[in-house]
Design a protein around this ligand. Structure first.
Ligand code: EPU
Length: 346
């Protein structure tokens, strides 16, 4: 176990924070050893996967940071139509998706290019372009951090929701996901309906795209909208898209007829937080300035996607916290809607 490790390389915002203890897990045995140590029993812990959805708000994490790095991809079942593929938690998510697409397996292609590792994907049920992890999630294996026992979690038990799972609530901090099994299909219809996927493909001469072409198109669409974390620190979407009542939505739509929206199964309406943020700003009224593209010294709102807060370097996690609170306040004042962070603030 290392001490006083700088976490800057391990969080995509690129903030400096020091971990009191830091341990890298390459095998399940490493993990079983770790949980028996006196340090583990005495200290709080943080499970770090790719560090793509975490904001360090303090200069020091006063506990143990556990970096998940176990690797391996294997087929556990295959028949004429389907395959169940097991990926260890430390596998890189975008590479795993690329691998599946390369094999001709359908089910995760719209989740291409989402930075992170496999083990973190179920925790917040990652989603993009009309697909969510839960659609292909078969089960996962997780280790109980108190008893060391492993347990299988089926799709149902995980209680997936929009960026939600049991691992963010009742079981928070209790289990560490060690591998995930995906049920993928050798043939399936491609999901092209979301946003500008179809338009992008048609513009590039692809009216009947292949699985690989769809994957590559999604990578290109994401690249055009979202910052490359190697250049600019960010954690992707900072907020979740809020879900509001139809009455509240209708009132807003009267004033803003172009507001994008997605009806919810329960008669509610999901509204893109990016749109709400773009239409709010640090200064309202006649001198209106939008948050989109707004920049303080070290942090700001990404110019191509207002849902993404960015760190240009030299700042602190607290700068992002302050900015996010200002944004929340102005969205609440203008639209009466509370937006909540998607990112895990520690
Ligand atoms: N919009 C604006 N202004 C903005 C951003 C968006 O008006 O600055 C509008 C867009 O024009 C569009 C709508 O809002 O009409 C939705 O935008 P987009 O398709 O970009 O998706 P999003 O709702 O902003 C969600 C996910 C993303 C995911 C995309 C694509 C959440 C919190 N975010 O964003 O996920 O890539 O859909 O499916 O649900 C992430 O979680 O880190 C992430 C990037």
């Amino acid at each position: 176990m290392k001490t006083n490790v700088n976490l800057q390389p391990f969080n995509s915002f690129g903030f400096n924070a020091t971990a009191k203890y830091f341990v890298e897990i390459n095998t399940i045995d490493d993990l079983r050893q770790l949980i028996k140590t006196p340090e583990f029993k005495a200290e709080r812990h943080l499970i770090l996967s790719g560090g793509n959805n975490v904001l360090f708000t303090n200069d020091c994490f006063d506990g143990i940071v556990i970096l998940i790095n176990n690797k391996g991809i294997e087929i556990v079942h295959e028949d004429e139509g389907d395959v169940i593929v097991r990926a260890q938690a430390g596998e890189d998510w975008p590479e795993f998706v690329r691998f599946c697409v390369g094999q001709g397996w359908h089910g995760v292609e719209n989740l291409a290019h989402i930075p992170g590792k496999v083990g973190a994907a179920p925790v917040q049920n990652i989603g993009a372009y009309g697909m969510e992890l839960k659609d292909s999630f078969f089960q996962c294996h997780a280790l109980n951090l108190t008893t060391g026992e492993t347990r299988i979690f089926t799709n149902e038990v995980c209680r997936f929701g929009y960026r939600e799972s049991v691992f963010k609530h009742e079981l928070k901090g209790q289990y560490l996901i060690t591998s995930v099994d995906f049920l993928l299909h050798k043939q399936s219809e491609l999901k092209l309906e979301y946003g500008n996927i179809k338009a992008y493909l048609e513009q590039n001469g692809m009216t009947q795209p292949t699985l690989q072409q769809l994957h590559d198109a999604i990578c290109a669409i994401r690249d055009a909208k979202l910052p490359d974390v190697k250049q600019i620190g960010s954690a992707g979407s900072f907020f979740k898209n809020p879900v509001i009542s139809a009455e509240q939505f209708n009132a807003i739509q009267q004033q803003y007829p172009d507001i994008p929206h997605y009806p919810d199964a329960e008669g509610m309406v999901k509204v893109p937080a990016g749109w709400l943020i773009e239409h709010s700003g640090p200064s309202a009224g006649s001198g209106f300035i939008s948050w989109k593209g707004w920049r303080d010294e070290h942090v700001g709102v990404y110019e191509k996607q207002a849902l993404v807060l960015v760190h240009y370097g030299g700042g602190k996690g607290q700068d992002i916290v302050n900015l996010s609170q200002r944004i929340q306040k102005s969205v609440a004042e203008k639209f009466g809607i509370k937006i909540s962070p998607e990112v895990n603030c520690v």
